[in-house]
Design a protein around this ligand. Structure first.
Ligand SMILES: *[C@@H]1O[C@H](CO)[C@@H](O)[C@H](O)[C@H]1NC(C)=O
Ligand SMILES: *[C@@H]1O[C@H](CO)[C@@H](O)[C@H](O)[C@H]1NC(C)=O
Ligand SMILES: *[C@@H]1O[C@H](CO)[C@@H](O)[C@H](O)[C@H]1NC(C)=O
Length: 359
C-alpha cells in the first residue's frame, strides 16, 4: 500500500473508532413532540384518522421493508436523531399505552401526523393529536414515572433527556388554506400567535421537568411538490416561504426570551429552511437530481395523488429530495439530522444538538 494511502487508511480507522464511541448513548432518553415529519406510528392508533401512512409504498426502504406509519420511504428524522444519540427510536405513545409493561424511561414519541400548534379544524374528531394534547400525554407519562421511580429520580431523568419538537407546518397550511383564518388574523398576527401558543406549551413541559430542547424551524413549505404543482411554471410558493421565514424569526426570538425566563433551560434551534433551500439550489452537492417531483404519487410532479398503494414510486429514492407530495425522503432527513447534530451558527443556534446534550 502506498504510504499516503496507508496514512489515509489509518485516519479513517481512527475516525470510525472515534465515531463508535460517540455512538454510545448520550442522553437517557428522547421525548419527541410534533407532526408527520417525526410521527413513528401514533396515528396508526387513531381509529378515524385519514392522516395515516401504514400502507405501501411507505416504508419501502425501512429496515423491515414494511410500512410502519412513518410518512417516509425509510427512517424519518426522529429515527435518525435517535441513531445519532446511540438510542433506539422512541416508540409511539399510543402503542406503549396499550402495553401495561411498557416503559416510558427509554423515550416516547408523542408526535402525530397532521398535528399543529393549534387544535385546527382538520384535527377535531380524532384526525390527529394536536400539541396541547401531546403535552397532556407527556404529563401522564411524567405521573406514571413518578409512581415508578420516585420524584427525585424522575427529575434527574427528565432534566438530562432531550425534548425534540418539530411542529408548525400544518398551522401554516391551515392558515393559507382557510379564508376564515385569513379574515381573522393578518399573516403576521397568525405567526406571532403560533410562537406565543407554542411558548405556553413549552412552559408546561418545563414545569414537568423538561430542560433540554431541540427545535426544528419550519422548512421551505412553499417548495414542496404539493405547492409547486399548483404553479404553471412549477415554482415555489413565495408567500408561503416568506411567512415561514417570518414565523421562524419569531420562534427564534421567543426561544431566546424563554431561556432568560426559565432557569436551567437550554436549547438548540435548527434552521431547516436554510438547509432545505441550500439542497434545492445546489442539489448535486448533496447527491440529488430531482428537487421538484415527489418520488411516490401520481400525476404532475407525482403530486396530484398522494403516496397510496396504487401510486407509482421512483426506483432511485436517494436522489429525490421529496418522498411524497409533502414529506422528504430518508436521504433528505439524513442531511437535516447530520447538520442539526454537528452544524454551526447561524444554522444551529445557540448551539448544535451534540453540544446541547454534552453540556
Ligand atoms: C408483563 O409482565 C409480567 C411479569 O413480568 C408478565 O407475566 C406478562 O406476560 C407481561 N405482559 C406483557 C403484555 O408483556
Ligand atoms: C385545544 O383544545 C384543548 C382541549 O382539548 C384546550 O385545552 C386547548 O387550550 C386548545 N388549544 C388551543 C391552542 O386552542
Ligand atoms: C408561480 O410562482 C411565481 C414565483 O413565486 C409567481 O411569481 C407566479 O405568480 C406563480 N404563478 C401562478 C400561476 O401562481
Amino acid at each position: 500500500m502506498h504510504r499516503k494511502h496507508l496514512s489515509f487508511f489509518l485516519i479513517v480507522c481512527v475516525l470510525s473508532w472515534g465515531m463508535e464511541f460517540s455512538g454510545a448513548q448520550m442522553v437517557p432518553a428522547v421525548y419527541v413532540l410534533g407532526d408527520s415529519l417525526v410521527d413513528v406510528g401514533n396515528n396508526n392508533h387513531l381509529p378515524v384518522s385519514v392522516a395515516k401512512a401504514n400502507f405501501p409504498h411507505n416504508g419501502v426502504d425501512f429496515p423491515t421493508k414494511k410500512p410502519t406509519g412513518r410518512f417516509c420511504n425509510g427512517k424519518n428524522a426522529a429515527d435518525l436523531l435517535a441513531e445519532k444519540l446511540g438510542l433506539p427510536s422512541s416508540p409511539p405513545y399510543l402503542s406503549l399505552k396499550k402495553n401495561k409493561n411498557a416503559s416510558f424511561q427509554n423515550g416516547v414519541s408523542f408526535a402525530s401526523g397532521g398535528a399543529g400548534i393549534f387544535n385546527g379544524t382538520d384535527r377535531v374528531f380524532g384526525q390527529a393529536i394536536p400539541l396541547s394534547n401531546q403535552v397532556d400525554n407527556y404529563l401522564a407519562v411524567h405521573k406514571t414515572l413518578v409512581q415508578q421511580m420516585g420524584s427525585s429520580a424522575v427529575e434527574e431523568h427528565f432534566s438530562k433527556s432531550l425534548f425534540a419538537i418539530v411542529i408548525g407546518s400544518n398551522d401554516l397550511f391551515d392558515y393559507f388554506g382557510s379564508s376564515d383564518l385569513r379574515k381573522k388574523n393578518t399573516p403576521q398576527q397568525f405567526v406571532d400567535l403560533m410562537a406565543n401558543t407554542l411558548k405556553g406549551q413549552l412552559k408546561r413541559l418545563y414545569e414537568f421537568g423538561a430542560r433540554k430542547f431541540f427545535f426544528a424551524g419550519i422548512g421551505a413549505i412553499g417548495c414542496i411538490p404539493a405547492e409547486r404543482v399548483k404553479n404553471k411554471t412549477q415554482e415555489c410558493n413565495a408567500e408561503r416561504n416568506f411567512w415561514t421565514v417570518k414565523y421562524n424569526e419569531g420562534l427564534k426570538a421567543m426561544l431566546k426570551g424563554l431561556k432568560s425566563e426559565l432557569q436551567g433551560m437550554s436549547y438548540s434551534y435548527f434552521d431547516t429552511y436554510t438547509i432545505m433551500q441550500n439542497v434545492i439550489q445546489n442539489p448535486s452537492t448533496y447527491g440529488f437530481n430531482e428537487i421538484k417531483a415527489a418520488c411516490c404519487g401520481l400525476g404532475d410532479l407525482r403530486a396530484k395523488v398522494a403516496c397510496v398503494p396504487v401510486s407509482e414510486y421512483c426506483p432511485n429514492r436517494n436522489d429525490h429530495v421529496f418522498w411524497d407530495l409533502y414529506h422528504p425522503t430518508e436521504q433528505t432527513a439524513r442531511i437535516f439530522v447530520d447538520t442539526l447534530f454537528d452544524g454551526s451558527s447561524p444554522v444551529c443556534v445557540p448551539m448544535n444538538v451534540r453540544q446541547l446534550v454534552s453540556a
